[in-house]
Write a protein that binds this ligand. Structure first.
Ligand code: 5GP
Ligand code: MN
Ligand code: MN
Length: 316
């Protein structure tokens, strides 16, 4: 039945010529990569396409030349077909209000568990490592030739969401896709180099943050809270520079669950990672967010100390 939804989307796309493409707020490699791969492909088919991100492009991802094709803002043209990528529900769509049902038609393509199927057509498969894998399958059925920019966009989504091919749901199929992308002309080192590059002052900041990591009584939960003003005092303006901080926590030996909390005024963004059977996706859905069983998150303006206590209790 995966193919039935996909076939309908393929046929629909062929007959339309005006598209707005968006993904979830706080963009990441997979949301931006899938927007660009599909957007550039539809442009190559001669269609009118606009690509949007409601939040700025993380600095770490701006090395890809094609990123400047994404407009920072939200789509306004209600006569266009809205394509929503890598986004489990309408709430997570953008930080500004947009209502998919106001658009001419909505296509929803995603790999998150518990997608709410808010589209008129939904191509949602939750055992894929990245939405870019699903976009790849879609592009296979469209009359386009994949070029290097499209392949780079897909590669970006796959390597970032799979942790460079290490997380669950990385399959032989994932590697087959990537083999094709490298044949087209993707250079892996361009990505590795740029994704791992850090400013000197960021390393200094890490030193300070590492000294603040805490663990619960059992030593199985590692957590860290940081405030935006602490970053600014260190000369770091972009909160998304710290997106990989939660990976340091998850890699601490003996850690079953990692919790990273970014505090921006009275807004708190929680990132959770699991190394155990604990399903942090379910946990975060209960707290108003979502995600996968091993990687999930939510935002709140409630007291973070109380929420953290609730999480620690739930986990124990
Ligand atoms: P991260 O911790 O890297 O921000 O997010 C990890 C995973 O959880 C991603 O798949 C992301 O889409 C999902 N996620 C993070 N925050 C939220 C949220 O507030 N709502 C929903 N639905 N998913 C989230
Ligand atoms: Mn994403
Ligand atoms: Mn994704």
């Amino acid at each position: 039945e995966m193919n039935k939804q996909l076939d309908q989307i393929v046929e629909f796309i062929k007959t339309e010529d005006n598209f707005s493409i968006v993904a979830h707020q706080s963009p990441d490699g997979d949301s931006l990569g899938s927007i660009l791969a599909l957007g550039l492909s539809l442009k190559n088919m001669g269609k009118r396409v606009r690509m949007y991100s409601s939040d700025p492009i993380p600095k770490q991802l701006s090395f890809l030349e094609i990123m400047d094709q994404i407009v920072i803002g939200v789509p306004k043209d209600k006569d266009s077909v809205l394509i929503v990528l890598d986004c489990s529900d309408e709430k997570r769509l953008t930080t500004q209000n947009i209502h998919p049902q106001e658009f001419k038609y909505v296509i929803n393509i995603d790999h998150h568990p518990a997608n709410t199927m808010f589209g008129n057509l939904n191509f949602c498969v939750d055992n894929k490592i990245a939405t870019c894998e699903l976009v790849y399958f879609l592009l296979q059925q469209l009359p386009i030739k994949m070029d290097v920019p499209i392949a780079e966009a897909l590669y970006l989504g796959i390597i970032t969401d799979s942790g460079f091919f290490g997380y669950d749901n990385t399959t032989a199929g994932t590697h087959n896709i990537v083999a094709d992308l490298l044949t087209i002309g993707v250079h892996p080192n361009k990505f590795k180099k740029n994704l791992e590059k850090k400013p000197f002052k960021y390393l200094k900041l890490l030193g300070m943050l590492f000294s603040k990591i805490q663990q619960d009584k059992t030593g199985k939960v590692s957590y860290l809270r940081i405030k935006k003003e602490d970053l600014i005092s260190q000369g770091i303006e972009d909160f998304s520079d710290l997106d990989d901080m939660v990976d340091y926590l998850r890699n601490i030996d003996g850690t079953e669950v990692a919790v990273f909390i970014k505090e921006d005024g009275d807004q708190y963004k929680f990132s959770l990672r699991s190394n155990s059977r604990i399903d942090v996706g379910n946990l975060c859905r209960q707290l108003g967010g979502g995600g996968h069983s091993k990687a999930a998150g939510f935002s709140t303006n409630e007291n973070p100390t109380l929420i953290l206590e609730k999480i620690l209790e739930e986990i124990s």
